[in-house]
Design a protein around this ligand. Structure first.
Ligand code: NAP
Length: 328
């Protein structure tokens, strides 16, 4: 395989993907913001880095020129708030830039990273690729707009594209789920609501395998795949398992969902016009409210995907990494 571009190659998913591609002997180019720090130690010096902003076509063009495949992972994922213009520019226009450049320079395959969030608050479980879209926040809405643009572009131009909708990722180096582990460890975890909502964990290494299959399998072209772990479980079950591995008592405090949801809405409506990231936002509350339960039957059947890391093992590896880095 020729050179591969990973946009967002210094983010959580990107770092793991780049490391795996390098281990497989691939020539890798990373497209990243100047100042992106995550993953630097493990991949810097081993691959070419093209600094730039996904919102600028000229930057993207430079990155895409001369590569055979593109994994497009950049999004404004970590920003939970409500900067509409930024979410649109990064998630939608950034994707448009990548596709236009890929077409211009004859890229052989694009793997576009979407999210299960396009299905939003799932009503009938498990959700699958054909489950109606139901985005519930700005991030999910703009990720859906990006994915819809991808399909239109694919149909109009024939550019070979696959879409991955990863389920909720966890694993070493993830700093998003760290909060959950940390509050459990510090015995500060409080359920918002009953904790019966379903959660579907996806261990990072398994999802990386799925991305690689989408980049190489002929049957992946023109298709979307939900990719993640083998099963889902009630949130309280996940929390209990983490607590057991951390050797602390299982949390049991609950506060009602509705007032917190109302407060999150209020925080967003006050902070957004001021351009401030809200301390509490609806997306965070949705962790305790929206069911995340998905079928990975399609990717198993079509691409032969098989998740290998059990939840127990994945939690163990994740906790070990947090402890080794003194994050817990
Ligand atoms: N993590 C999950 O559970 C999950 C689940 C489903 C889907 N996804 C998708 O997976 C992809 C990767 O997520 P992740 O967890 O790896 O998030 P991440 O760590 O935040 O990675 C995203 C990367 O995009 C970069 N970026 C943001 N705006 C940019 C811009 N304007 N120009 C250039 N780079 C920019 C960020 O750089 P800075 O940090 O410097 O801003 C970051 O390195 C995203 O598309 C996300 O939607 C993630």
């Amino acid at each position: 395989m020729g050179r591969v571009l990973v946009t967002g190659g210094k983010g959580f998913l990107g770092t793991h993907l780049v490391r795996r591609l390098l281990a497989d002997g691939q020539e890798v180019r990373v497209f990243a913001h100047r100042g992106s720090k995550q993953g630097e130690a493990s991949t810097d010096g081993k691959c070419e880095v093209q600094w730039g902003d996904i919102r600028h076509f000229s930057d993207v063009e430079q990155a895409v020129k001369g590569v055979e495949k593109v994994f497009h992972l950049i999004s404004n994922f970590r920003k939970g708030g409500s900067d509409k213009a930024d979410a649109y520019a990064v998630n939608v226009e950034g994707t448009q830039n990548v596709l236009n450049a890929a077409k211009k320079y004859g890229v052989g395959r694009v793997v576009h990273c979407s999210t299960i969030g396009v299905h939003g608050d799932v009503q009938a479980i498990p959700a699958h690729e054909e489950t109606p879209f139901n985005p519930t926040d700005l991030y999910q809405e703009t990720k859906l707009m990006a994915e819809q643009y991808v399909w239109k572009f694919h149909q109009e131009t024939g550019l070979p594209i696959s879409v991955v909708r990863p389920i909720s990722l966890y694993g070493p180096e993830d700093l998003r789920m760290l909060k959950l582990f940390r509050t459990i460890k510090k015995r500060q975890f409080i359920y918002i609501g009953p904790g019966k909502v379903l959660f579907h964990p996806a261990y990072i290494d398994d999802v990386i395998e799925g991305f690689l299959l989408c980049a190489s399998h002929e049957k992946a072209v023109g298709e979307a795949f939900i990719i993640g772990g083998d099963g889902y479980l009630p949130l309280h079950d996940l929390v209990d398992r983490i607590a057991a591995q951390l050797q602390v008592p299982a949390p049991s405090l609950h506060i009602p969902l509705r007032p917190v949801e109302w407060l999150a809405g209020l925080c967003e409506s006050v902070c957004t016009p001021l351009g401030v990231e809200p301390p509490l936002h609806k997306r965070r509350v949705s962790f305790f409210k929206n069911n995340r339960a998905f079928s990975i039957e399609k990717v198993k059947r079509v691409l032969g995907y098989a998740p290998r890391v059990s939840l127990e093992e994945g939690l163990k590896r994740t906790i070990r990494w947090y402890e080794d880095h003194e994050l817990l």
